[in-house]
Design a binder for this molecule. Structure first.
Ligand SMILES: [Zn+2]
Length: 536
C-alpha cells in the first residue's frame, strides 16, 4: 500500500549515509522491466496441445519461445477459481493460504463467507455491496507482495480480471491495484486499493463499457469444417445456450442478444478483448515496465470459464474462444514488444483449474457416469447420516465436498464417513483426522482440513460424475481433468521451444517468479521453482 511504503521510504532516506558510496541503482540492471502473469480460467492442459496446429498468435509464441510444462497438477481439491488463483500467487496449497474454496461455511460466524469478501472496505466506482472486496482472507503473502516488499513499494503491481477473485489474489495485500468488472459500469475496485478510480480507468469505462463490445455477430474464425473435425457438431444435446438465444448454433447476433444484457460479454470472445484493451491502457497510463523496478501486469481471463460452464469442453464456441484468445494474446505480446522491446519482459501462463466433460454427454457416448443434482445429492447424503445413531446428531452445513457436523466426537465422524460411502456417487470419504495425517496424495488433496474453515468429513465423487445442472460442465474434483493445467514461462534466458513432461504443480509458479526476480518466496510457499536452467 502506498502510504505504508511512503513511510518506509522516508525512514530509509533519514538513515545515515554509509561511508562507502553505493551505486545509485544497486544491482538492479539485470531486473526485467515487466512481469506478465496470465491465468486462463478453466483452461485444461489439453487446450494448449489439442489446438496447437491452429495457433498462430500468443499461444503459438508461448509454445515455441517458452518452456512448457505439460503435466502441471493441482494438489488440492476442491479445484475452484479462488483457491486456484491463491495457489498460483502464494505458492502454497489452501491449507497454507486459507483460500479453501470460493465460498466456505464459517462456523464462528454461522454463515458462508466469500473468499475475497471484506465488509470493512467500500466499493470504488460501484455501489454494489458485492464489490466490498479485499485480500484479507489470504493467509500468506503473494510473490507480487514480495516484489513490492523488495522494491520498497516502487514496483507497480496491476491486476485485472472480469472476476474480483481473479484480480485480488494476484494483486495480493500490497499490490497497487486490482480491478474487476461490473457489467454495467466497467472496471471497479475497492477502498483496499484506492479511494477513487484513477482518471484513466474512468475514461476507459466511458469509452469501452461492456455493452459497447456487443456489436455485430459472432461467427467462427475459421471454416466450420475445421471446428467439426476438432470438436464435432455445432449443436449438442447438453450444450447450454447464450441467454436470449433459442439456437445453440453460430452465428450469434451479439447486438440483439446483448441489448439490455451487457453481462453477455462474459460468454463471448469480447470478454477476453476487454481485458486485453484495459491491460494496454494500463501499460500506457501507468507507464508499466518503464520504471527502475520490475512492474507486474497480472491478467485473469474469465470468459473461458463462464462459457465453459455454459456449454462444456466440447463446444465449437469454446474452441473459437481459444482460437481468438491465441490472437488476442498475440496482440498483447506484439504491443509489449513495441513498447518495451522483445526480451525485456517475462510471461507466465497457467490456469486455476481444468474442467470435466458433461457427464450426460459422456454417458450417451458409453461411459457409465451420471449427473447428480446438487440439492438431491445433499438430501440423499443427509438421509444416510440421519439414519445413524450418533452421540451428537446433526449436520451443520454441506458444501465444497465437506460436511460440517455438530459432533466433535471422531467416532461419530467415522460413522458418517462410512455411511456416505454407501452412496453410489461417492468414490471415497475421509474424516478430518485422516486428512490431517494421511500421506496418500489423493487424501492429502483435502489437506485444507486443519483450520477453522473446514468440515469434519470430506468426500469425493467418482471420476466422471458431475454435481451440476443438466447442461455444460463444472470443475472442483481432484480428478485429473480438473487438476491438470498448462504451465508456461517465457522470457530472456528461459529455454525456448522445450517441453517438460514431469509432474509439476501450480504452487511452483510463485517460487519460479521469486527466482526470476531475485526476491523472497511468499510467506507460506511450499512449492519449488520449476526445474529449468536459466541462461544468463
Ligand atoms: Zn468455474
Amino acid at each position: 500500500m502506498r502510504i505504508y511504503w511512503t513511510i518506509l521510504t522516508a525512514l530509509a532516506l533519514a538513515a545515515p549515509a554509509h561511508a562507502q558510496k553505493k551505486p545509485t541503482s544497486p544491482g538492479r540492471e539485470a531486473q526485467p522491466k515487466l512481469a506478465v502473469s496470465i491465468v486462463v480460467d478453466q483452461m485444461r492442459a489439453d487446450y494448449l496441445s489439442r489446438f496447437a496446429s491452429l495457433y498462430i498468435g500468443g499461444f503459438k509464441r508461448l509454445i515455441s519461445e517458452g518452456q512448457v510444462f505439460r503435466n502441471g497438477h493441482y494438489t488440492h481439491s476442491p479445484t475452484y477459481t479462488g483457491p486456484g488463483h491463491a495457489v498460483i500467487y502464494t505458492g502454497t496449497d489452501p491449507s497454507g493460504n486459507g483460500i479453501i474454496a470460493n465460498d466456505w461455511y464459517d462456523p464462528a460466524l454461522g454463515r458462508s463467507v466469500y473468499c475475497v469478501e471484506d465488509l470493512d472496505v467500500q466499493p470504488v466506482g460501484s455501489t454494489r455491496e458485492s464489490d466490498k472486496r479485499s485480500p484479507k482472507n489470504i493467509r500468506s503473502t503473494t510473490w507480487t507482495d514480495e516484489l513490492e516488499w523488495a522494491s520498497v513499494g516502487a514496483s507497480k503491481v496491476f491486476a485485472f480480471s472480469l472476476k474480483d477473485r481473479g484480480a485480488i489474489t494476484a494483486a495480493g495485500h500490497y499490490g497497487d491495484a486490482a480491478f474487476w468488472m461490473d457489467d454495467m459500469v466497467g472496471f471497479v475496485t475497492s477502498t483496499h486499493y484506492a479511494s477513487q478510480l484513477p482518471a484513466w480507468i474512468e475514461s476507459f469505462n466511458r469509452d469501452h463499457n461492456p455493452a459497447s463490445y456487443l456489436k455485430g455477430t459472432w461467427e467462427r474464425l475459421m471454416d466450420p469444417s475445421v471446428y467439426e473435425s476438432f470438436t464435432g457438431p455445432d449443436e449438442r444435446p447438453f450444450e447450454g445456450k447464450l441467454r436470449g438465444s433459442n439456437s445453440g448454433k453460430f452465428p450469434y447476433d451479439l447486438a440483439g442478444l446483448g441489448a439490455g444484457n451487457p453481462g453477455l460479454i462474459r460468454y463471448t470472445p469480447q470478454g477476453n478483448q476487454i481485458l486485453i484493451d484495459v491491460a494496454l491502457a494500463a501499460l500506457d497510463a501507468e507507464n508499466l515496465g518503464r520504471g527502475t523496478h520490475t512492474d507486474v501486469l497480472a491478467l485473469s481471463f474469465s470468459t473461458p470459464d463462464h462459457l465453459g460452464h455454459l456449454m462444456g469442453p466440447r463446444a465449437q464456441e469454446l474452441m473459437d474462444v481459444y482460437l481468438r484468445l491465441d490472437l488476442q494474446l498475440g496482440q498483447l505480446f506484439d504491443e509489449l514488444d513495441r513498447r518495451l522491446g522483445r526480451g525485456n519482459y517475462y510471461v507466465s501462463l497457467t490456469a486455476d483449474h481444468g474442467s470435466c466433460d458433461n457427464s450426460n454427454q459422456a454417458a450417451l457416448d458409453g461411459f457409465a457416469v451420471q449427473n447428480w443434482n446438487g440439492r438431491e445429492l445433499e438430501e440423499q447424503l443427509n438421509q444416510l447420516i440421519a439414519a445413524l445413531d450418533l452421540d451428537e446428531p446433526g449436520v451443520v452445513h454441506m458444501g465444497n465436498d465437506q460436511i460440517h457436523l455438530k459432533s466433535r466426537d471422531d467416532d461419530d465422524w467415522e460413522l458418517v464417513r462410512d455411511a456416505i460411502m454407501q452412496h453410489p456417487a461417492v468414490q471415497m470419504a475421509w474424516t478430518a483426522d485422516e486428512v490431517r495425517s494421511s500421506c496418500d496424495p489423493k487424501v492429502a488433496m483435502r489437506r485444507n482440513a486443519f483450520d477453522a474453515r473446514s468440515g469434519q468429513v470430506f468426500y469425493e465423487l467418482k471420476s466422471g460424475h458431475m454435481d451440476y445442472g443438466e447442461e455444460g460442465c463444472t470443475h472442483g474434483s481432484g480428478h485429473s481433468y480438473d487438476s491438470h493445467v498448462p504451465m508456461v514461462f517465457m522470457g530472456p534466458g528461459i529455454p525456448a521451444n522445450s517441453d517438460r513432461w514431469e509432474r509439476v504443480h501450480p504452487r511452483d509458479m510463485a517460487p519460479t517468479w521469486s527466482m526470476i526476480l531475485g526476491i523472497a518466496l511468499p510467506s507460506s510457499t511450499t512449492g519449488d521453482p520449476l526445474p529449468f536452467t536459466m541462461g544468463r
